[in-house]
Design a protein around this ligand. Structure first.
Ligand SMILES: Nc1ncnc2c1ncn2[C@@H]1O[C@H](COP(=O)(O)OP(=O)(O)OP(=O)(O)O)[C@@H](O)[C@H]1O
Ligand SMILES: [Mg+2]
Length: 261
């Protein structure tokens, strides 16, 4: 016979196991996103190296100070761009704990855009960023990076023949909320799928020749993260025209009101 205590212990164990598996899954998903970007980032590095090599040659060939200064300038900015990308990738792929930090949502967006810019360009997708406000929210930055990355990868996958990706930050019409949005001009989502897209394992993406299909876990992860932050997530879509995902997150309390609380 199972005593109530032993059942309770088993339940506690299973809950801990569930939390561990969720962490492992989120980490695997982050790495899958990195994999998605690997080929475009390799191209980007090739371009950066070409720039560095050509300007180094130019600097060696020309003895005048002006030309050499220009060459060093170009080499420096190419190097800085490369370092921004590797730092971003490493930070993104590293497993993170539960900590929350106050951060400007525009900064979170900018961090992710550095990683996806080249990938979008390679898929003939124009990018527009509308940062209309700088809302400060208390968030798990790494989880929020992953949420945005999932939405942007989905948007790119919905625009097979290229298109326009508009991302942005603004204050929500709902008082005390900041808002991020990701809008694409892709295939759109048919009404019969709308109810299912946030369910784990719902995917319409079949495996390609590399065996890479969807797992259907992207949006369920997003929903879970946003709900854990007491935020809300909304989707609007028109088949053949495109889709907009909007995330609302509570603004951080001003320092003064926190002290008195
Ligand atoms: N921007 C979008 N445009 C059109 N359809 C979308 C968009 N975002 C999501 N979907 C639909 O919702 C489904 C579920 O998305 P979700 O991100 O959860 O999984 P996935 O992209 O199929 O797989 P994974 O994210 O695990 O690689 C997708 O298969 C697709 O049908
Ligand atoms: Mg996805």
């Amino acid at each position: 016979m199972n005593s109530p205590e032993s059942l309770q212990n088993r339940l506690t164990e299973l809950e801990a196991e569930n939390a561990r598996l969720k962490d492992a899954l989120a980490h695997a998903q982050r790495l899958a996103n990195v994999g998605q970007l690997a080929s475009s980032i390799t191209h980007e590095f090739n371009n950066i190296l070409t720039t560095v090599i050509n300007y180094a040659k130019m600097g060696l060939r020309h003895k005048d100070a002006n030309t050499r200064d220009k060459a060093f300038d170009r080499i420096l900015s190419a190097g800085q761009r490369a370092s921004k990308i590797t730092t971003g990738m490493l930070a993104y792929a590293r497993p993170k704990g539960d900590r929350r930090d106050e951060i400007d949502l525009g900064q979170v967006l900018a961090d992710v855009l550095v990683l996806v810019e080249k990938d979008l360009q390679m898929h003939r997708i124009r990018l527009q960023a509308d940062v209309l406000a700088n809302p400060i929210c208390e968030v798990n930055v790494s989880q929020l990076h992953q949420v945005l990355m999932n939405l942007i990868v989905n948007a790119r996958q919905a625009m097979k023949d290229g298109g326009m990706l508009t991302v942005g930050v603004r204050l929500s019409e709902d008082k005390g909320m900041g808002e991020l949005f990701v809008r694409d001009t892709g295939s759109g989502i048919p009404a019969e799928h709308m109810r299912k897209i946030f369910e784990p394992f719902f995917t319409t993406k079949t495996a390609d020749e590399l065996g890479q299909g969807g797992t259907g876990l992207g949006l369920s992860f997003c929903k879970e993260v946003i709900e854990a932050h007491k935020g809300r997530m909304r989707v609007e879509s028109t088949v053949g025209q495109g889709t907009t995902f909007t995330l609302k997150l509570p603004l951080a309390k001003p320092a003064a009101s926190r002290k008195s609380a």
